[in-house]
Ligand binder design. Structure first.
Ligand SMILES: C[S@@+](CC[C@H](N)C(=O)[O-])C[C@H]1O[C@@H](n2cnc3c(N)ncnc32)[C@H](O)[C@@H]1O
Length: 383
């Protein structure tokens, strides 16, 4: 009888708009790893739904139901192993335990918001950030412009990734960051902002860029924003003296410019090197001219596959070369920018164990297999 009363109170709270939330616990049923179920009201495309979350030991499964289905589902679960249930309404709290009901004053008298996707955590705040306004990412109130949503997502994801990579580096050692091929500086500004305002670090950030107009623009924005320790330098990656850099970044630097940047990072002994390569022409040319006849040549027979293989081979060799120089390397998917569909990121963290001959052998074997006489980075590092 009590379970029936509990369900009826649940249903009433949904119709008289007093429902706050519900939970089922003390599960003794047959489903492995199920621990509890929670229910809340949400709005999906302007229609009210009840969102049920089944909490398992290592994951959650969420399903949204109409009111009727949600009540039926809670009824089913009460009959199949849940021994306690709590209903929270703005009028009362109702507890069902071992068949007994207990009614208490409400612990919450306000209805919770109906937002569906609880706001995703942002890593780049937009309010009061002049650089985002000056770069046409937000309006003057900090709202992301419609046509800059992708750009903002890319910046935010980048800061999220960099943030987790930086966590592995002792704070006191982060003092000199160089961003090679900084372009319009979106990511350089955002990283500087994150270091200064989230990590409270006064690290020096330098953007290196060969287009003088972009360097002027970025230095102007940095000046107008009163951003200390941020500077854009007019020049090439190849000619930049990166000595002292302990974090080296190069995002979407074209073709072998990525290799030039990696060289600078390795030579400076940077603790972290992060690159998102873009266009892989050098190795593609090598693979095409040195085309090997072997059992796996169908992998490169078609132009599109040749292009994709060349990308993978270029970046696999970069990863191996970084490992050879004592870095632990992760390769993963980044978000594509508007200027490139390429979305691979290589993050290398210095571990110190360098020059393992087994890695050198792998580099040589890979090159030989694909008919490559030399990788640009290999040449730069003279290995
Ligand atoms: C595709 S943009 C990427 C900009 C920025 N890193 C980003 O991801 O938003 C590449 C930039 O690298 C610059 N660049 C390419 N090769 C360079 C080199 N060798 N030295 C300096 N800058 C270079 C280009 O001028 C361009 O602004």
């Amino acid at each position: 009888m009590s379970a029936k009363d509990f369900l009826s109170a649940f249903e009433t709270s949904l119709t008289d708009n007093s429902f706050v939330r519900l939970s089922l616990g003390n599960y003794k049923g047959a489903e492995p790893f199920l621990k509890k179920i929670s229910a809340r009201k949400i709005s999906v495309k302007n229609a009210e739904k009840i969102s049920l979350t089944c909490h398992y030991k290592t994951r959650d499964i969420v399903k949204n139901h109409d009111v009727e289905k949600a009540v039926a589902e809670i009824q089913k679960q009460l009959n199949h192993g849940f021994n306690t249930a709590m209903l929270f309404t703005t009028k009362f709290d109702l507890q069902l335990e071992r068949g007994k009901l207990a009614k208490n004053p409400p612990s919450q008298t306000e209805l919770p918001p109906l937002d569906h996707d609880r706001k995703k955590k942002r890593h780049v705040e937009t309010q009061g950030k002049f650089y985002l306004y000056a770069l046409n990412v937000t309006d003057d109130k900090g709202n992301v412009l419609k046509n800059a949503q992708d750009k903002y997502r890319q910046i935010d994801k980048y800061v999220e990734i960099l943030g987790s990579l930086l966590e592995k580096i002792p704070r006191g050692t982060i003092h000199n960051i160089v961003d090679m091929g900084a372009g319009k500086g979106y990511l350089t500004f955002a990283l500087h902002d994150y270091l200064m305002n989230t990590l409270n670090l006064k690290a020096k950030v330098t953007g290196v860029e060969m287009r003088s107009d972009l360097v002027r623009l970025c230095n102007g924005i940095a000046r107008d924003s009163n951003l200390a320790n941020l500077e854009f330098v007019d020049g090439t990656i190849q000619n930049y003296d990166a000595a002292g850099a302990n974090i080296l970044i190069a995002l979407h630097a074209c073709d072998t410019a990525t290799d030039d940047a990696i060289l600078k990072g390795i030579s400076a002994g940077a603790s972290l090197i992060v690159v998102a390569p873009c266009c892989h022409k050098q190795i593609r040319r090598e693979m095409e001219s040195g085309k090997k006849q072997n059992e796996l040549d169908p992998l490169t027979r078609h132009g599109i596959f040749m292009e994709r293989q060349a990308e993978m081979v270029t970046d696999s060799l970069r990863a191996l070369i970084l490992e050879y120089f004592g870095y632990s390397v992760k390769v993963f998917e980044f978000v594509g920018g508007e200027h490139t569909p390429k979305n691979v990121m290589i993050a290398a963290t210095k571990t110190g164990k360098a020059r393992n001959p087994e890695i050198l052998k792998k580099i040589h074997k890979t090159k030989d297999f694909f008919g490559i006489s030399s990788h640009h980075l290999e040449k730069l590092l003279k290995i």
